[in-house]
Design a protein around this ligand. Structure first.
Ligand SMILES: CC(C)(COP(=O)(O)OP(=O)(O)OC[C@H]1O[C@@H](n2cnc3c(N)ncnc32)[C@H](O)[C@@H]1OP(=O)(O)O)[C@@H](O)C(=O)NCCC(=O)NCCS
Length: 180
């Protein structure tokens, strides 16, 4: 092993440690508005009066949160889980209640396998509109847009775009009713 590859491995280890500790230490911040400010200082675009409860974040680029955008008055409640591999954009006055936002990686960074080639890494934005309610334990896959005023019922798995003013539920989430 040459000196170049040792330095590369050490740098990657160091960056991994920074990401790990930043994602854990934010949990020690005692107030949702203070945590929003810290996310802002770490590069997220955060509107006014945003509340971020004790959520978990993964795969933020280096130590920054620049892939995350949250509009005015929106709330991320306890145990929401954000995978910041790709962009996550949340509109205004939206409630995210303990839901999971994720991207797809069946192990491409770690090994080659039949499953990895059948289900390659997929990173694409998740866009949530204004006045949306994403209820508890919903999972939002990447490359999904949820329209304004939509509701995602508890436990749904959202695999496709959700039109504005609709309630979707189930796995995969289907339109259950029109809201206007
Ligand atoms: C979406 C929700 C708010 C219900 O809204 P609602 O307007 O009262 O909806 P309805 O009861 O009229 O249900 C409409 C349809 O969706 C279905 N549905 C509602 N919630 C569902 C769910 N979580 N999973 C599967 N189907 C669901 C209903 O069975 C009904 O289907 P049908 O028309 O085939 O009978 C509620 O189901 C929910 O998810 N609440 C969130 C609870 C939560 O997460 N709390 C913690 C965070 S604040």
């Amino acid at each position: 092993m040459n000196i170049g590859s040792i330095i590369k491995k050490l740098t990657s280890f160091f960056l991994y440690c920074i990401r790990f500790y930043v994602s854990k230490l934010q949990l020690l911040i005692p107030h949702p508005k203070l945590r929003s400010w810290v996310f802002y200082m770490l590069g997220a675009k955060i509107g006014t009066k945003v509340r971020i409860e004790d959520i978990s974040v993964a795969n933020q680029a280096h130590w920054g949160f620049d892939k995350l955008e949250i509009g005015d008055y929106s709330v991320l409640t306890h145990e929401a889980r954000l995978d910041l591999t790709g962009d996550i954009k949340i509109g205004k006055k939206t409630i995210i209640a303990g839901s999971i936002f994720t991207h797809q990686d069946s192990g491409s960074q770690l090994f080659e396998s039949t499953t990895v080639s059948r289900f390659p890494r997929k990173v694409a934005p998740v866009i949530i509109g204004d006045n949306v309610y994403v209820a508890a334990a919903a999972i939002i896959l990447c490359d999904v847009t949820i329209g304004d005023n939509a509701v995602v019922a508890a436990g749904s798995v959202v695999t496709n775009d959700v039109p504005a003013d609709t309630l979707v539920a189930g796995a995969p989430a289907k339109i259950k009713k029109q809201l206007n």
